[in-house]
Design a protein around this ligand. Structure first.
Ligand SMILES: NC(=O)C1=CN([C@@H]2O[C@H](COP(=O)(O)OP(=O)(O)OC[C@H]3O[C@@H](n4cnc5c(N)ncnc54)[C@H](OP(=O)(O)O)[C@@H]3O)[C@@H](O)[C@H]2O)C=CC1
Ligand SMILES: O=C(O)C1=N[C@H](C(=O)O)C[C@H](O)C1
Length: 236
């Protein structure tokens, strides 16, 4: 992702790539960059972003693993750094962003819902950042609509066959050679089912979103979670 993002920024006529920083490189002033794109691993990402914010560098972050405690610490740091913007984007692909928005819209109409994410087997984290975010958006919409827990009579599941629960929403992770990044959201009601599915077949699918983040982050000071906020899609 980092290499692809560098290539995409380099190819964009309105942007200038001033540094490529890899594992083990000193971050320093990041080549004098105004914006850093952060794509590494969950445990390293918060330190990188902290480094950027300390130097007044805006950050566009695709790395996963930003739980509430990490987001809270970042928000506190940004409170001391007026004018600096950080975008945490669980998924840069436009279709994945739309899928999350559609899932949020559909959530209040269905008693049952489950999220299935499918990725390449080199992925370090499960569930994916996208699946976790989707589940949280669905759980929020269900709570606002007064829906209770999803129905599930399971009392015996010694091996975790029913998957993880994110804010009460069942989430299942598949790791399969040949896959890139895919997700299904299954909604069930009496006598019907709605399936939302998004597929990233190539990392190229993420690059327009990365560039939109780079172009927009300076105009969005503070913390933004989700590229939908830059695309006029949030809350629709
Ligand atoms: N938001 C989005 O749309 C997308 C987000 N992602 C997320 O982005 C992240 C990166 O994904 P991907 O590029 O596929 O992963 P890769 O494993 O291909 O790349 C991770 C990179 O991070 C480097 N790295 C590892 N540890 C450190 C460290 N401690 N400090 C600095 N750099 C480090 C690795 O270097 P080395 O190999 O030398 O260890 C490698 O260059 C993941 O969290 C993934 O989930 C991925 C795709 C889309
Ligand atoms: O690791 C990946 O590949 C991806 N990670 C992100 C996630 O965890 O949601 C985005 C996309 O699914 C690809």
């Amino acid at each position: 992702m980092g290499s692809e993002a560098c290539t995409a920024v380099d190819a964009a006529e309105d942007l200038e790539l001033v540094a490529r920083v890899g594992h083990g490189n000193d971050l320093g002033d990041l080549g004098g960059a105004q914006v850093a794109v952060e794509l590494t691993v969950p445990d390293a990402s918060p330190g990188h972003v902290r480094h950027c914010v300390e130097r007044g560098i805006h950050a566009v972050v695709g790395t996963t693993g930003w739980d509430d405690s990490r987001l809270g610490a970042l928000e506190r740091q940004l409170g001391q750094a007026p004018g600096v913007g950080v975008l945490i984007a669980p998924n840069f692909a436009i279709g994945a962003i739309l899928m999350m928005q559609f899932a949020q819209q559909a959530a209040r109409f269905y008693e049952s819902v489950e999220v299935i994410e499918l990725h390449h087997p080199n992925k370090l984290d499960a569930p994916s950042g996208t699946a976790a975010r989707t589940a949280r958006l669905i759980a929020g919409a269900r709570a606002r609509a007064g829906l209770g827990e999803v129905p599930d009579a399971t009392t015996h599941d010694p091996d975790g066959a029913r998957g993880a629960r994110v804010d009460g929403i069942p989430v299942h992770a598949v790791r399969l050679r040949g896959l890139v990044a895919h997700q299904e959201v299954l909604f069930g009601g009496v006598g019907e089912m709605l399936t939302l599915r998004h597929d990233s077949f190539d990392r190229a699918s993420f690059m327009p979103g990365v560039l939109a983040g780079v172009r927009g982050v300076a105009d969005h000071p503070g913390l933004t979670v989700g590229l939908e906020h830059y695309l006029g899609l949030a809350g629709q």
